[in-house]
Write a protein that binds this ligand. Structure first.
Ligand code: SME
Length: 158
């Protein structure tokens, strides 16, 4: 499953006929529809110069949490730590922002451009304790591919 996705995700991200936000949305849909334990898939990005994350493209139920201050919730903690955060059981977390009562577990992997943490991919799962190192390596790969696409859209001196 992840092997096939490792081929499909870069192909989608290189679709020059689609706006970059639409490419990211289609990546979210592809992941959500292919991986049985991915029930909500979305990207958050740093909101300009502010110390907060803003929701970007996503697949799954709409969420009220479109802006998350740095440090708050799993996402806000990853914005500060620059490290993957795997949550096998969301009930065991104090600093957690609940989006839906069906969610049992979450994984957040930061997205770097030129070494700077500019956002993250966030996955919610309705399955308890579903994430392994395979998910972490795969999501790091997805973010590297997204970073390549976003870098190609920056002015040449960035
Ligand atoms: N649960 C996240 C909030 C975002 S939703 O999962 C879409 C958190 O604790 O940061």
């Amino acid at each position: 499953m992840f092997e096939k996705l490792r081929k499909e995700v870069p192909m989608l991200l290189q679709r020059l006929d689609l706006e970059s936000d639409l490419r990211l949305k289609q990546v979210c849909e592809l992941l959500k529809n292919t991986v049985p334990h991915y029930d909500w898939v979305g990207f958050y990005f740093k909101n300009g110069d502010k110390e907060e994350l803003k929701l970007g493209p996503y697949a799954g139920s709409p969420t009220d949490h479109t802006v998350i201050p740095f440090g708050k919730g799993i996402c806000g903690q990853v914005a500060v730590s620059n490290k993957n955060f795997v949550v096998p059981d969301v009930k065991a977390q104090d600093n957690y922002i609940a989006c839906s009562i069906t969610v049992k577990a979450e994984i957040v992997v930061p997205l770097f451009i030129n070494g700077e943490n500019i956002g993250q991919i966030d996955i919610d799962s309705n399955t308890p304790n579903p994430f392994t190192e395979e998910d972490e390596r795969f999501l790091e790969f997805v973010n590297e591919e997204v970073a390549k696409m976003l870098r190609s859209k920056l002015p040449l001196n960035c």
